[in-house]
Design a protein around this ligand. Structure first.
Ligand code: ADP
Ligand code: MG
Length: 701
């Protein structure tokens, strides 16, 4: 498809559909612009009169782009985005219409929210939902509408979305980080924000083949499929040459994303065949989260224009790598400092080590919360399986940094009386290597020079939960540090004591080795690190007492909000596995069993002929028996699966018990059923097999 403006230069295209700062500056009166900037930067309340002017400018700008509608764009707990479009039209008394958009409409929306998951919140408070403009993420134009990023809450103020806690957690971290910075002597920084650059993995397959697979259509992953003769063993796909068709897709994707102000930067082939990755340039967490949602949505849409389907599921194909998101995270100040940049001066070192300690402490104390933030039925196929990050959370620091911490620990232990690690502040840290050869690609939480890379998040998940969890746990560490430091008579001494304490108490979470090895699993157990194997177990952390306290203390999520989220995650697990199992049953009965029976009949008929001519038909008979046996086993497992579904379905009262039943009965039997089917696939005439194979899906783009 040809789009006229695709011939424009990237600098012209970039942000062309975004109501960004430069557009605001151009279209808003100076005073209004200044007031809005203050709201955006300092979180000051928005003046309704300002909103009125901004709304009008936005409307004119959007209409000029071709918009007839506006929508409050929000991120309910389903993990995807939601939108309801209203037109700008307003009839006049003389029968004409004008295009209107008020400040009120900009600030607040009232979508009919009754069908979004609320985990019982709405039942408890009997309130409808409303959306509120999030002016920290810019509005944009897309497909005939003005999109306004919003937060979604109940009328009594409970968050019903992923964005509200994210914004609250950014405030919490800002507040605690500023306290620490002030104690360290920083008098100028006004705001600390968290920054994120999420690397997004995805698969591309041919649309025609996709449409022949019920499982891909309904569940996003293959529920059956024998291992192909060739997989990823040759490692010939990673960073390999990009095929023309894929390159055309990537190029159009870049253009579409640039228009939306998404700074798509890097693109390459990934490890598995048909797998690719896109990484944007990092930005504020809030915007990065919105942009990642837009990226996923745009990937899906652009793929279709190229006769392709983009699979964002964490594990579309068994036996080859799945997809994740690498959530690159850091903290930076409004005056341009990256707080995770190891410093060149002794003073910077101290600052770096304080923030590093806060993270190490937080990750160790709240590993379960981070694990829960990456828990989803799709991600269960990755975490804990023999690929990208294990389910055990550990921190990779690299040799050099670990060595520094070891030295601090040793020094502090031996010379504590004579001031000991006070020397910490007298020499500067060497700048740490950032080149990728030094990196440990197996670590779930790796320091990569000036940021941490949280690698557990699933490819289809919103990054919001991972980031509000991360922000909150670091805010808590910083809060504890600040509490101590504000009371300390000798700040330098207290800082040293804090750093030393963190190293001693939390070094168990630091691991620089191979996270995929069996030795690590055993070692981690010895160290007492949690190894939470699946979503159902991981979700429990959300309502653990210590985690409820943490979120409540920092105003990120209240007890009821946490409880409701936990409930919703169980529900999502149950529904997902239920749909997958039902799809398997349907494909089994309507496709696989009939195909096997047809082939058996064909084979049986030929056995008579072979026998008449050759005097025996041993080969044909042996194959027949093998197929027959597999079919019997398949059928038995099919019956078992239907029974398991029925039993699990009756357990509504208690979501947790029901989720356990889905995991231990339904999901387990799905695996058994698949084994038989994949076996049958290897024995049956290709002409008879009712769906495209892995070889076709993975190598035919
Ligand atoms: P890789 O991990 O694949 O080697 P890069 O080093 O290029 O990749 O970085 C990956 C991502 O990390 C990019 O999205 C980049 O913008 C992001 N990133 C870099 N610096 C920061 C930072 N200070 N905060 C958050 N993300 C960052
Ligand atoms: Mg990376």
């Amino acid at each position: 498809m040809h789009h006229a403006n695709e011939m424009r230069a990237p600098v012209e295209i970039y942000g062309s559909n975004v109501f960004n700062d430069s557009v605001m500056r151009q279209t808003l009166p100076k005073e209004i612009y200044k007031s809005l900037r203050q709201t955006i930067e300092e979180g000051l309340p928005l003046d309704p009169q300002v909103a009125e002017v901004v709304a009008s400018a936005m409307k004119d700008w959007a209409i000029n782009k071709g918009a007839t509608h506006f929508t409050h764009w929000f991120q309910p707990l389903t993990g995807i985005t939601a939108e309801k479009h209203d037109s700008f039209i307003s009839p006049t008394t003389d029968g004409r219409m004008i295009m209107e958009f008020s400040g009120k409409e900009l600030i607040k929306g009232e979508p009919d929210a009754s069908s979004f998951p609320s985990g019982g919140l709405r039942a408890t408070f009997e309130a409808r939902g409303y959306t509120a403009w999030d002016c920290t993420s810019p509005a944009f134009y897309k497909d005939g509408s003005l999109y306004i990023p919003t937060a979604f809450a109940s009328y009594t103020g409970e968050a019903l979305d992923k964005k509200t806690p994210l914004l609250r957690s950014m405030d919490a971290l800002n507040c605690q980080a500023l306290r620490v910075l002030r104690i360290l002597g920083n008098k100028t920084t006004k705001r600390v924000t968290t920054t994120v650059g999420p690397e997004q993995e995805y698969f591309l397959i041919d649309k025609k083949l996709f449409e022949e697979r019920e499982d891909l259509i309904l569940t996003g992953r293959t529920l059956f499929g024998a291992k192909p003769p060739k997989g990823q063993e040759l490692e010939d796909h990673y960073f390999g040459q990009i095929k023309d068709r894929v390159a055309a897709f990537m190029s159009e994707l870049d253009t579409e994303l640039w228009k939306l102000g998404v700074a798509a930067k890097t693109k390459h082939n990934e490890v598995a065949p048909a797998q690719h990755e896109l990484a944007p340039i990092f930005t504020t967490t809030n915007i990065a989260t919105d942009h990642n949602q837009l990226t996923m949505e745009t990937m899906r849409k652009v793929a279709l224009r190229h006769g392709l389907v983009c699979l964002l599921h964490e594990k579309p194909f068994a036996g080859i790598n799945g997809s994740g998101k690498h959530n690159n995270w850091s903290m930076s100040t409004n005056d341009g400092q990256n707080l995770l940049e190891p410093g060149k001066t002794p003073h910077d070192n101290i600052q770096f080590l304080v923030f590093l300690s806060a993270i190490i402490k937080g990750v160790d104390e709240y590993a379960d919360l981070l694990r829960a933030s990456a828990a989803s039925p799709g991600n269960d196929h990755r975490l804990g399986a023999n690929e990208a990050p294990p389910a055990i959370i550990s921190v990779f620091l690299g040799e050099q940094l670990t060595d520094i911490l070891n030295q601090i620990e040793a020094g502090g232990a031996t010379k504590s009386k004579s001031g000991g690690i006070m020397t910490l502040g007298t020499s500067s840290l060497p700048s740490l290597p950032k080149d990728s050869t030094d990196r440990n690609r197996t670590s779930p939480f790796a320091f990569t020079g000036n940021k941490f890379e949280f690698r557990m998040v699933g490819s289809s998940q919103s990054i919001a939960q991972a980031n509000y969890s991360l922000n909150s746990i670091v805010a808590e560490s910083l809060c504890q540090f600040a509490d101590r430091l504000e009371k300390a008579s000798n700040v330098q001494k207290e800082i040293s004591a804090i750093i030393l304490e963190v190293i001693k108490k939390h070094k168990r979470v630091i691991f620089n080795g191979n996270n995929y090895s069996e030795e690590w699993v055993a070692e981690a157990k010895k160290r007492g690190l949690p190894n939470i194997q699946n979503t159902v177990d991981a979700i429990a952390a959300i309502r653990a007492e210590k985690n409820l306290k943490l979120m409540e203390k920092h105003g990120v999520l209240s007890h009821v909000e946490m409880e409701s989220r936990c409930e919703i995650q169980y529900e999502i697990y149950i529904k997902t596995v239920n749909i997958e199992a039902l799809t398997m049953v349907e494909m089994s009965k309507r496709q696989i069993v009939p195909a096997v029976i047809a082939y058996k009949a064909d084979l049986a008929a030929s056995i008579g002929g072979v026998l008449a001519i050759e005097g025996n038909a041993d080969v044909e008979k042996a194959l027949f028996v093998q197929i027959s046996d597999s079919l019997k086993s398949f059928n038995a497992n099919l019956t078992k699966l239907e029974k398991a579904l029925k039993t699990a379905g009756t357990l509504h009262g208690d979501v947790k018990a029901q989720a356990v039943a889905y995991r231990d009965q339904v999901f387990k039997t799905m695996g058994e059923l698949r084994k038989d089917a994949d076996m049958l696939e290897t024995m049956i005439d290709a002409e008879f097999w009712p769906m495209p194979t892995y070889s076709q899906l993975l190598f035919k783009v």
